[in-house]
Design a protein around this ligand. Structure first.
Ligand SMILES: [Mg+2]
Length: 362
């Protein structure tokens, strides 16, 4: 079936959940929403979620211009469609913003392809399992007090999550970081595992000292201890610490993952669906990581990541940050600490059209 039309919208969506009180420096999220229509009346949807407005309109403009190039192409020939887009965007890339511009189109093509053959996305992409272990990370920011952290953690635990991730990296010394972990751990008890994201805040030596203190405190992963471009430092930390090092959410496209994996710089690769450029490149990174025996985690957008992580053998953990709930009618199901991949065709995401209308800015 041929693509007949592509539309792109920018939506400014409110922070949605009960978890959002305090601690967040933003009041809204930004969605770039692409819709791809085919001859037989199928509509595929794909979206990026940006936490800041910077470059969103420019990326959406690029998304529309690239999307117009898809008209007339076959919905099931996604590699051919991507090749056309990448050629149009310049062979040297695409990188940076162009990855974010291509991601909603790529996701929308896969959604439409799934609807065309009447299969859910996780099966289209491999169908290794139908659910993925989940962790909650909303409203566990480094700016919160211990009491606020404890309250957020309890909210997540009572919703059924048995893994939580808090952000660190802004305390004066390792003990201060450990104290924040303890505040959360005490609030939820030993049944709940705690992970830490240092948001690239430390030097290598700070990361080593804090990493040792935190692994002794029982954390189950340490994310982004240092700048993601310092692959050598990440590799040394992965060697020196017993706690698994997770990183990758700031990498654009496939190629930086080649270098990161080759250097054995991460024990767990985190993929950001928008920065990698959509589902097609995501799957290529997944295969590279599998060849190195590296498990995967998804960065935000749980509605799509649940499918991708369920599809592949090395899919490990999905991050639950439900930033798209204000514009969707469907809700992900949590069972025994796992998010369940929808069985409906494509993404299995139904938009709330009235909400999209309300939040549309272009
Ligand atoms: Mg992170």
């Amino acid at each position: 079936m041929k693509i007949t039309r592509v539309t792109v919208e920018v939506l400014e969506t409110p922070l949605n959940s009960q978890y959002m009180a305090g601690g967040s420096s933003v009041n809204s999220n930004w969605h770039i929403l692409a819709r791809i229509y085919t001859q037989d009346g199928i509509e595929g949807i794909g979206f990026d979620v940006a936490l800041r407005p910077m470059l969103v309109r420019a990326a959406a403009q690029a998304c529309q211009e690239l999307g117009d190039l898809l008209v007339g192409m076959e919905i099931m020939e996604i590699e051919a469609a991507r090749a056309r887009l990448e050629r149009a965007a310049g062979w040297a890339g695409p990188g940076g913003m162009l990855c974010m511009a291509m991601a909603p189109l790529d996701i929308a093509m896969w959604d439409a392809a799934g609807k065309t053959v009447n299969q859910p996305l996780y099966r289209m992409l491999g169908g290794y399992r139908d659910r993925v272990r989940a962790y909650a990370s909303e409203a566990l920011w480094y700016s919160l007090t211990h009491d606020e952290l404890a309250k957020s953690a309890q909210t997540h635990a009572s919703a059924g999550f048995d893994m939580l991730k808090l952000r660190l990296g802004h305390e004066a010394n390792p003990q201060g970081e450990v104290d924040r972990v303890r505040a959360v751990q005490e609030a939820v008890g030993p049944e709940v595992q705690v992970m830490v994201d240092a948001t690239e805040s430390w030097t290598e030596s700070q990361a080593l000292a804090s990493g040792r203190a935190l692994q002794d405190a029982g954390i189950v992963w340490l994310e982004d201890p240092v700048n993601h471009q310092d692959i050598a430092a990440l590799a040394r930390l992965s060697q020196a610490l017993e706690v698994p090092i997770a990183a990758g959410e700031h990498l654009f496209g496939v190629e930086p993952f080649v270098r990161t994996l080759e250097a054995r710089a991460v024990n767990i690769a985190i993929i950001d669906l928008a920065r990698v450029g959509g589902i097609t490149p995501w799957m290529k990174v997944a295969a590279l990581a599998q060849a190195k025996g590296v498990p995967l985690a998804g960065h935000v957008i749980p509605e799509v990541h649940v499918h991708l992580l369920a599809a592949v053998p090395n899919g490990h953990l999905v991050e639950y940050m439900p930033r798209s709930e204000p514009i969707t009618k469907t809700r992900l199901k949590l069972e025994d600490g796992h998010l369940v991949a929808p069985k409906t065709p494509g993404l299995g995401v139904e938009l709330d059209e009235a909400a999209c209308e309300r939040y549309r800015v272009t």
